[in-house]
Design a protein around this ligand. Structure first.
Ligand code: ATP
Length: 360
């Protein structure tokens, strides 16, 4: 299904209604702030009227077998690992490589990193294509690591018209140009539940986030996450309680319940783990705030252009404060270690600890 072109009139109406916005950055472009008349949020119209289509939501299934039957129509599927990183789209615009965030911002950090990934040949030979992937590692949004700097794991290639390439064609292209793909966990007949369930159990045990199921033609897609990842998310994020999206924690409790029941896992063990992730995480947050500290997390980036720091600051919401811990030169590059302080959670927990009463 091609998403085709976008008429000028539609763009003008979207801007008038506040659904799209003209951006003046290193390049001028239009960004769709929210979905408008079939145009996905995050869609970008770049110079030369090049469209970088917003990456659509992927349906979540809560139970595998019925979920697959209802949502995947093709007979052959590919299962990919679901990677928890920062979603970016990379395109060649007027001869240069640029990366955009899910929301359609020109991401200067990801742009600098993408330009160093050896993607030139791919874009030379496929200038219309857009790489959709997760960036992980030492980025402003993901857990820092000492093992590598950043990695781009591509999960889809948009042909430039909003169509994603069929799975095998995508895997071959990525291989040909030496571009990392998300791990491909296998090719299955869509009704081979015995093997698919085996894989899901394995993914849960390995504490990976989950799977994305794609029909071979990439027409149907669904995501399915597992209980260990849900519990890990609660454990890793509960101290940011009031800064997390509404429903974040409840969603994970619901998903876990389905998974534990479907895979006949030890209910008591998981109930204990989930409860402990929730309660101990929150109590730890209370301990931090009551000792006078703020709720914060550390990140690290290594950049050629130090001005990127200001761009990151500009795109960080008001409820998060950025503070540099240290900054050091590494050859021509600069490494910056910084914290994000989560103001709303800190403020609320502090006021409750100080005895504030609320009407609920
Ligand atoms: P939504 O699907 O509604 O946009 P979301 O933005 O909250 O949800 P997730 O629930 O994490 O994101 O799931 C979808 C996202 O998973 C995709 O937008 C993409 O960034 C990411 N992702 C990770 N691995 C893959 C993969 N193998 N295939 C497709 N997407 C993947």
């Amino acid at each position: 299904m091609s998403r085709g072109s976008i008429e000028r009139e539609k763009v003008k109406n979207a801007i008038d209604k506040g659904k799209a916005e003209a951006m003046k950055e290193e390049i001028n472009y239009i960004k769709f702030r929210s979905t408008y008349k079939g145009i996905e949020r995050g869609t970008v119209i770049a110079p030369g009227r090049k469209i970088i289509w917003g990456f659509p939501h992927i349906k979540r299934i809560f139970t595998l077998e019925k979920g697959l039957k209802k949502n995947i129509k093709e007979k052959i599927i590919f299962i990919e690992e679901k990677i928890d990183g920062s979603n970016i789209r990379i395109a060649k615009i007027k001869g240069r490589i640029y990366a955009f965030s899910r929301g359609g911002f020109l991401d200067y950090f990801a742009t600098e990193k993408s330009r160093g990934l050896g993607l030139e040949k791919f874009f030379e030979e496929h200038p219309k294509y857009v790489l959709c992937g997760e960036m992980i590692g030492n980025t402003p949004y993901t857990k820092p690591t000492k093992k590598f700097d950043v990695k781009l794991l591509v999960f889809d290639i948009d042909d430039g018209h909003g169509n994603y390439l069929p799975c095998e064609m995508k895997y071959e292209l990525l291989k040909k140009y030496n571009i990392n793909s998300v791990p491909v966990l296998g090719k299955f007949s869509a009704d081979n539940f015995k093997e698919i369930n085996k894989l899901v159990r394995h993914i849960n045990r390995a504490r990976k986030e989950g799977i994305v199921i794609k029909s071979e033609g990439r027409l149907d897609v669904a995501k399915y996450v597992n209980t260990n990842a849900d519990i890990d998310d609660i454990k890793n994020c509960v101290h940011l309680y009031f800064d997390m999206p509404f429903g974040f924690f409840n969603q994970r409790v619901i998903r876990s319940s389905f998974f534990i029941r479907d895979y006949n896992l030890d209910r008591e063990k998981y109930a204990k783990e989930l409860g402990s992730a929730y309660i101990n995480g929150l109590i730890k947050a209370l301990d931090i705030v009551s000792s006078g500290r703020d709720i914060e997390e550390e990140f690290e980036i290594l950049v050629n252009d130090v001005n990127i720091w200001e761009k990151i600051r500009k795109h960080t919401g008001k409820e998060v404060k950025l503070t540099i811990i240290w900054k050091r030169k590494e050859g021509k590059k600069t490494r910056i270690r910084f914290t994000k302080t989560y103001l709303e959670t800190t403020r609320k927990l502090r006021s409750y600890l100080n005895g504030k009463g609320i009407t609920d």
